[in-house]
Design a binder for this molecule. Structure first.
Ligand code: PAF
Length: 282
């Protein structure tokens, strides 16, 4: 595996592969790799000649400085994992390499997707995500890029980014990878206390119960039901639970035929913020 930290070197390397008619698959990450990331990378390896993984903890998508500082950094272990799955190129740029002297986001209009859910609670988050993903796409020019559905809103926003800017890359959304007890895999899970980690399957269990109830209950009463479950739980603080249209990400009041819905949740387990979601049957 080649480890590259300069844009110029990466561009040269990609150009060579493109000249040899190789297809490029790309998996952007912020490191602290887990099985969820590896499943994206394995998909990319199956479908592309060359796979690039980036590890870059993007400062402009954090509105909470503490969260940025404490974001887990495990580059040595990540490098070993990537070598073990035969990743071709690891891109690990510095902040300066990406942003030069101006560590700031571009302002995007994602047709309202950015104002829902995470957008309401994480100021400027999607401008930061849009900025880094667009920058990485411009450097790497991948044929396909892989994103997990745990960050479903991010996935829809990236699809919108690609459409709006006519970027020539296919976006592949991949199923959420879960621990055996149901907790959605996330780099932040490693920061949970033992007590919170042991209790964390409650989140997915509640989502599954909500999915069952969606067959018979309306969205508003279901939202209230979930809110109550969390009010009763001593270890978690619910930030939001909502049922939204997959396309617009707007909270729904009534079900309509031929639409796809998902339940979305954000929860504080102590100081660690966890998100998850589940596809609902209409
Ligand atoms: O999902 C993530 O890890 C990040 O938001 C991403 C897509 C790598 C951009 O920094």
């Amino acid at each position: 595996m080649k480890i590259i930290s300069s844009k110029k070197d990466l561009k040269t390397c990609i150009l060579e592969h493109k000249a040899n008619k190789k297809s490029i698959g790309f998996v952007p990450t912020m490191g602290a790799l887990h099985q969820g990331h590896l499943s994206l990378i394995e998909k990319a390896i199956k479908k592309n000649d060359i796979v690039v993984v980036s590890i870059f903890v993007n400062p402009t998508q954090f509105d909470n400085h503490d969260d940025l500082i404490k974001y887990p950094k495990t580059l040595e272990n990540d490098t070993k994992l990537l070598t073990s799955v035969s990743c071709d190129i690891l891109f690990t740029p510095s902040i300066k390499e990406i942003y030069e002297e101006n560590v700031a986001s571009q302002k995007f209009n994602f047709d309202g997707l950015e104002h829902q859910m995470e957008g309401k609670f994480r100021n400027g988050h999607f401008n930061g995500v849009g900025t880094i993903v667009k920058t990485l796409f411009e450097i790497i020019k991948p044929n396909k890029a892989y994103f997990g559905q745990k960050d479903f809103q991010q996935l829809q926003i990236i699809k919108k980014l690609v459409k709006k800017y006519h970027l020539n890359v296919k976006i592949k959304g991949c199923a959420i990878f879960r621990e055996k007890d149901g907790l959605a895999m996330s780099s932040r899970n490693s920061r949970l206390t033992e007590t919170h980690r042991n209790a964390a399957p409650f989140i997915y269990k509640t989502l599954k119960k909500a999915r069952k109830k969606f067959g018979t209950e309306n969205a508003t009463s279901l939202i209230e039901w979930v809110e109550n479950q969390f009010k009763k739980h001593p270890l978690f603080e619910l930030e939001y639970f909502t049922i939204a249209d997959e396309k617009t990400l707007e909270t729904i009041k009534n079900k309509e035929p031929n639409k796809k819905y998902r339940a979305f949740i954000a929860v504080f387990a102590g100081e660690i913020r966890l998100i998850d979601n589940i596809r609902l049957k209409n």
